[in-house]
Design a protein around this ligand. Structure first.
Ligand code: NAP
Ligand code: MG
Length: 402
């Protein structure tokens, strides 16, 4: 059979450790035999990031802006131990953080679901996607450990030196803690647009929640910006697609999410999204089954697995031991990117390939072929645990048989 032809390249970002090994296996077994892959390759492995002073990460992000679609392998975010292990010139920032800052994007995380893996929450029958506003709030705060009695004051001075605001936060009689945090209208607006764009792109309802009843300026501003952008820019399109935008208080959202059947996007402020995405991932089964896509407000997409480089398995692999690392999320990163490329370029075969490859990998698991991590989660009588490479080969068999 002739290989599927592509028009525009996708931006391919290679990574580290076990996921780098999986990356190559997926390309060899699941992509190269079927697609004449057009990609612009960036090696974001830590060795090359160090060699290029991290310029490669910036170049990759710029390339995503140019082509619109990227796929990224998990990468090491260096810490002190990695400095020695890789003999690094400096402690580079997280590549995901760098790319997100350049694209001004929002991260959407969705679990891969199938009927043999039952979520902890019985009512959930469809995936729940969490969108996290990845800017500001406590992640960019200033904080102070108050040592003695005294007074904390919040002031704001404009660029002309005029003090516009001055209010006592608290008069301490004992030691305590103090924090100042911020957000920006333009960042909140980008977040809102990315959420509305993504809801349209996958044709699902969008929920948004904050604590606006308590935080009448800070959180209420989030609510107002979302409402205004929705009314002015997206309402007509949502109506046309039959999807809704729904705002509610975070407490109410939590209760409704637990009682829901899933199948929607839940947009969260930075901290809520951090916490809720871990809860939703765990309740759906496994981090190894969580996909992630970064969407920019102007419609660029970067797909990846939500998990890291699976270091523990990699060290075993280096020792010559057999591994059983789950490649599902990385496979879905590739299919997500190729489907989006197909949609953007009007190449139906590419979209079909992505649908079929995802269906094949799910069918393989439903028939009992899976990696070790899924064994305990799967409600099947007969389970065959495969090693890393054999699972990918099994998916190819299923794809070819479909
Ligand atoms: P991790 O790589 O996600 O792995 C944590 C544990 O989760 C693994 O040891 C494994 O458990 C399980 N796991 C995760 N993915 C799996 C998969 N595909 N198949 C089977 N089991 C899987 O997180 P980490 O160990 O905290 O971080 C490792 C490195 O990844 C760090 O250097 C970190 O900086 C980086 N990281 C990168 C990204 C990214 O690029 N997006 C995200 C997070 C972390 P068992 O060991 O029990 O089998
Ligand atoms: Mg978290």
């Amino acid at each position: 059979m002739a290989k599927i032809q592509m028009r525009t390249p996708i931006v391919e970002m290679d990574g580290d450790e076990m996921t780098r090994i999986i990356w190559q296996m997926i390309k060899d077994e699941l992509i190269a035999p079927f697609i004449d892959l057009k990609s612009e390759y960036y090696d974001l492995g830590l060795v090359n990031r160090d060699a290029t002073d991290d310029q490669v990460t910036v170049d990759a992000a710029e390339a995503i802006k140019k082509y619109g679609v990227g796929v990224k392998c998990a990468t090491i975010t260096p810490n002190a131990q990695r400095m020695t292990e890789y003999n690094l010139k400096r402690m580079y920032k997280s590549p995901n953080g760098t790319i997100r800052a350049i694209l001004d994007g929002t991260v959407f995380r969705t679990p891969i679901t199938m009927s043999c893996i039952k979520p902890t929450v019985r009512t959930w029958v469809k995936p729940i996607t969490i969108a996290r506003h990845a800017y500001g709030d406590i992640y960019k705060c200033v904080e102070y450990r108050v040592p003695t009695p005294g007074k904390a004051v919040l002031t704001f001075t404009d660029n002309e030196g005029k003090e516009l605001y001055n209010e006592v936060v608290f008069e301490y009689k004992t030691p305590g803690v103090l924090m100042g945090m911020h957000n920006r209208d333009d960042s909140i607006a980008s977040f809102a647009r990315a959420c509305f764009e993504y809801a349209i792109s996958i044709k699902q309802d969008l929920w948004f929640s904050t604590k606006d009843t308590i935080s009448k300026k800070y959180d209420h501003t989030f609510k107002d910006i979302f409402a205004e952008i929705f009314e002015n820019e997206y309402k007509a399109k949502f109506d046309e697609l039959g999807i809704t935008y729904f705002y509610t208080l975070i407490d109410d959202a939590v209760a409704r999410v637990i009682r829901s059947e899933g199948g929607f996007i839940w947009a969260c402020k930075n901290y809520d999204g951090d916490v809720m995405s871990d809860m939703v991932a765990t309740a759906f089964g496994s981090l190894a089954m969580m996909t992630s896509v970064l969407v920019s407000p102007d419609g660029n997409y970067e797909y990846e697995a939500a998990h890291g480089t699976v270091t523990r398995h990699y060290y075993k692999h280096l020792e010559g031991e057999e591994t059983s690392t789950n490649s599902m999320a990385t496979i879905f990163a590739w299919t997500g990117a190729l489907r989006k490329r197909g949609e953007m370029d009007g190449i139906a075969e590419l979209v079909e390939y992505a649908d079929k490859m995802e269906a094949a990998s799910i069918k393989a698991i439903m028939d009992g072929y899976m990696t070790k991590d899924l064994k305990g989660l799967c409600e099947l009588d007969e389970i065959h645990v495969l090693n890393t490479g054999d699972f990918i080969k099994k998916v190819r068999e299923y794809y070819e048989a479909m």
